[in-house]
Design a protein around this ligand. Structure first.
Ligand code: RBF
Length: 158
């Protein structure tokens, strides 16, 4: 959890397996692109820090977070990937849409994890406002993209 006590970018480097032979698919939502762009940047940088070569990081975009489910499902069909990462940012608005999207994506990604053969890493920021998202996309609580990269490497090794 991203609290004042936990920075999403802090982790024990030596506890992360070597990722030089790993291949990843990343699906990024275009909604709130300032946030999702920062998540992607952190994610790619961290994968490369652990040895993944740029040619083995395959990025695709989808319009909004709801489409991350379909995007991830399509990527799961690629035998070459060791893990798939979804990156999105849902910010609460004035309609109940926020809850429906968050719940839909969460359930959809959970279902993929239970039914597909590769891990799908859940990089969805669900925040009450834009500042809370900025704080977790390279701001004062670190970058959720870094955390997702580390999780993807560990789950690929699993
Ligand atoms: N997609 C996001 O990734 N983040 C959002 O904060 C977000 N808010 C939305 C708010 C409303 C009122 C609507 C209609 C859509 C929103 N979407 C958002 C887009 C959604 O994930 C999806 O792309 C569209 O609903 C089309 O299926």
């Amino acid at each position: 959890m991203a609290t004042a006590l936990h920075n999403l970018s802090n982790y024990d480097f030596d506890s992360v397996p070597d990722a030089s032979n790993m291949c990843f698919g990343i699906v990024v939502a275009e909604w709130n692109h300032d946030i999702t762009g920062a998540l992607l940047e952190g994610c790619v940088k961290t994968l490369e820090k652990h040895g993944t070569i740029p040619e083995n990081i395959h990025v695709k975009t989808v319009p909004g977070s709801f489409e991350l489910i379909y995007g991830a499902q399509q990527m799961c069909k690629n035998d070459g990937f060791d893990a798939v990462i979804i990156l999105g940012s849902v910010i609460q608005g004035e309609t109940p849409h926020f809850s429906y999207i968050c719940q839909g994506v969460t359930n959809g990604i959970a279902r993929l994890n239970a039914t597909q053969n590769i891990p799908v890493i859940y990089g969805l920021l669900t925040t009450l406002d834009h500042q809370q998202a900025v704080d977790r996309a390279g701001g004062k609580y670190g970058n959720k993209g870094d955390e997702c990269a580390v999780t993807a490497i560990k789950m690929a090794k699993f």
